[in-house]
Design a protein around this ligand. Structure first.
Ligand code: HEC
Ligand code: HEC
Length: 93
């Protein structure tokens, strides 16, 4: 017994399964292609040496001494929100 109704039900199930696979594949691709971590590390030089061992939050209070727009090393104009420097500019190299 194979009514039209059963056929269309089976077709729907197939479509849902396909949709599921496509969505999973898309999600996988999205995560897989997410940008790798390319943000520059905190330089390991004299200017930054003191911050290597400091508590992150304490260290971040000093970044603006040099990295404000009128400092010795202003941030690029398109710099992302810079609330917590060391979350993005990691210290280990
Ligand atoms: C005494 C001044 C001074 C302080 C304080 C300072 N910086 Fe810098 N920073 C510099 C200078 C000068 C440069 C550019 C030359 C270099 O790469 O060291 C620089 C460059 C950088 C760079 C770019 C590195 C690269 O590869 O181009 C990052 C990221 C950075 N600093 C983060 C920080 C963070 C985060 C803090 C606070 C924890 C901080 N800096 C505090 C002077 C300072
Ligand atoms: C949300 C992540 C994030 C935060 C928070 C952040 N930055 Fe950045 N920063 C970046 C990205 C992305 C760039 C672009 C260049 C790169 O890849 O390093 C950049 C670039 C820089 C550069 C220039 C590097 C070069 O190209 O020479 C400096 C200096 C810098 N940041 C310092 C800081 C300081 C100081 C703070 C805190 C006040 C801070 N950043 C907070 C993500 C961040």
């Amino acid at each position: 017994m194979n009514t039209e109704e059963q056929k269309s039900k089976r077709k729907n199930i197939l479509i849902y399964n396909l949709l599921f696979v496509v969505v999973c594949g898309g999600l996988f691709l999205f995560l897989w292609r997410a940008p790798e971590e390319t943000t520059k590390f905190l330089p390991n030089d004299e200017d930054h040496a003191t911050f290597m061992k400091m508590d992150k939050k304490a260290a971040e209070k000093f970044c603006n001494d040099c990295h404000l727009p009128d400092g010795v090393a202003p941030l690029p104009e398109d710099h992302p929100p810079k609330y917590r420097c060391l979350f993005c500019h990691k210290r280990e190299q």
